[in-house]
Design a protein around this ligand. Structure first.
Ligand SMILES: [Zn+2]
Ligand SMILES: [Zn+2]
Length: 345
C-alpha cells in the first residue's frame, strides 16, 4: 500500500509499504478519510513526545475513519464492510492512572500509526474501547473529528464550565473552535480570541457571543477584561494555542476565583510565569490537560452523531496523499482550519 512515513523533522515520504495485518483483537480498515491535526504539524516541524526516534520511519497521521477490511481473532463487534470511526489511542485500563480514571496518562497506552495511508491497523485496546460504528448520515470526514473533539470534550469537562459563565477561549484553530462550541452548548457566554478575522467569523457561527481580533488590539488582556462586567475578567479562561506567552495572558484574563485551562502543548523546554500575588489573592485554579479518556471519546462520538460540529466547518482543504507535506504546511500556516488527505486513488 501507499503510506506517508515519518523519517524525522521535516522529512515525510510517501512510500510503498507492506499492507498491515490484523492480529488478535485488532482490525484493519481501509482509510476513507484522514485529516491533518496540529499535532502532525508539531511532529513535522520539531518532533513530538510520541516519536520513538530509534524506531523510524513510522507511519504518519492519527485522524482517520474507514471501512473494516479484516478482523483479527476474537473480534466480534466488527466485521468486514463496517464503516467505523476510530480514536487514535487506547489506554490499558489497569495501570495506576487508568484505575484513577486518568486514562490520558496511561503508562501502557497504544496508538494507531499512520492515518495517511491506504490501510491502518487498529490495536486491540483501541478496538475494545474507542472504535464506533458510523450511523447513516455521518460522513467519514466528520467522523475524522472524533479525536480532536474528544480532547476538547475532556478539557471542557475537566474545567467545569457552567450555565452563564463567561468563558474566554484563546485561539480559534480546530481545538479552540471546538471548545468554543462546547462551552456555548454548556450555556456559557463565549469570548473567542484569534489573529484571524476569518477564524473568528467561524467562532461566531459556532456560538461565540463576542470576539477579539488580537491583531487589532494593543493589549489583549485589557480588551478581554473590558468585555466582562466591571472589567473583572472571565469565570473561565482557556488557552488553545500552545505558546507560553499566551498561557501567561490567559491566566491574566481570569477573574478573582476564576479557573484557567491550559490546553495547548508548547515547545519542549519552555516555561511560563505567573504572578504569585495574582495566584494567591485571586485564588486562581490553574489546570493543565492532555489528550482524553474513553469516557470523553464516547461522549464526543455521540456529539458528532448529533451534528454538534461537522466537516463542512472544520475540513477546509483537500490534498492528495502525494501532497502530504503541503497539506501539513498549509495547516501550519493556518490557511483554513483542517485539511483532508485523500488516500484513495
Ligand atoms: Zn489530532
Ligand atoms: Zn493504563
Amino acid at each position: 500500500m501507499k503510506a506517508a512515513m515519518y523519517y524525522g523533522i521535516r522529512d515525510v515520504r510517501v512510500e510503498d509499504v507492506p499492507d498491515p495485518q490484523a492480529g488478535p483483537g485488532e482490525v484493519v480498515i481501509q482509510v476513507e478519510a484522514a485529516t491533518t491535526c496540529g499535532t502532525d504539524v508539531k511532529m513535522y516541524n520539531r518532533g513530538h513526545v510520541i516519536v520513538k526516534w530509534d524506531e523510524l520511519p513510522m507511519g504518519f497521521g492519527h485522524e482517520c475513519a474507514g471501512t473494516v477490511v479484516e478482523v483479527g481473532e476474537g473480534v466480534t463487534k466488527f466485521k468486514p464492510g463496517d464503516r467505523v470511526a476510530t480514536h487514535n489511542t487506547g489506554p490499558c485500563g489497569v495501570c495506576f492512572y487508568c484505575k484513577r480514571g486518568q486514562n490520558s496518562m496511561c503508562e501502557n497506552s497504544v496508538s494507531i500509526r499512520g492515518a495517511f495511508a491506504e490501510y491502518v491497523r487498529i490495536p486491540a485496546a483501541v478496538v475494545r474501547q474507542n472504535v464506533f460504528h458510523i450511523p447513516p448520515g455521518l460522513s467519514f470526514q466528520t467522523a475524522c473529528l472524533l479525536e480532536p473533539l474528544s480532547c476538547a470534550v475532556y478539557g471542557v469537562d475537566e474545567i467545569g464550565i457552567e450555565l452563564g459563565d463567561i468563558v474566554v477561549v484563546n485561539g480559534a484553530g480546530p481545538i479552540g473552535l471546538m471548545i468554543a462550541r462546547l462551552a456555548a452548548l454548556r450555556g456559557a457566554h463565549v469570548i473567542s480570541c484569534d489573529l484571524s478575522g476569518k477564524r473568528l467569523a467561524v467562532a461566531r457561527r459556532l456560538g461565540a457571543a463576542q470576539t477579539v481580533n488580537v491583531s487589532e488590539v494593543a493589549d489583549q488582556v485589557q480588551a478581554v477584561r473590558a468585555l466582562t462586567p466591571q472589567g473583572r475578567g472571565a469565570d473561565v479562561a482557556i488557552e488553545a494555542v500552545g505558546y507560553p506567552e499566551v498561557w501567561e495572558r490567559t491566566v491574566q484574563m481570569a477573574r478573582r476565583g476564576g479557573r484557567v485551562l491550559l490546553f495547548g502543548g508548547s515547545r519542549p523546554g519552555t516555561t511560563f510565569t505567573v504572578s504569585t500575588e495574582l495566584m494567591h489573592y485571586s485564588q486562581l485554579t490553574l489546570k493543565g490537560v492532555f489528550h482524553t479518556t474513553p469516557l470523553h471519546v464516547s461522549k464526543a462520538f455521540d456529539l458528532l452523531c448529533r451534528k454538534v460540529i461537522d466537516a463542512q466547518t472544520f475540513v477546509t482543504g483537500r490534498y492528495a496523499l502525494t501532497d502530504i507535506v503541503e497539506a501539513i504546511e498549509a495547516h501550519g500556516r493556518q490557511d483554513g482550519i483542517k485539511n483532508e488527505v485523500v488516500v484513495r486513488t
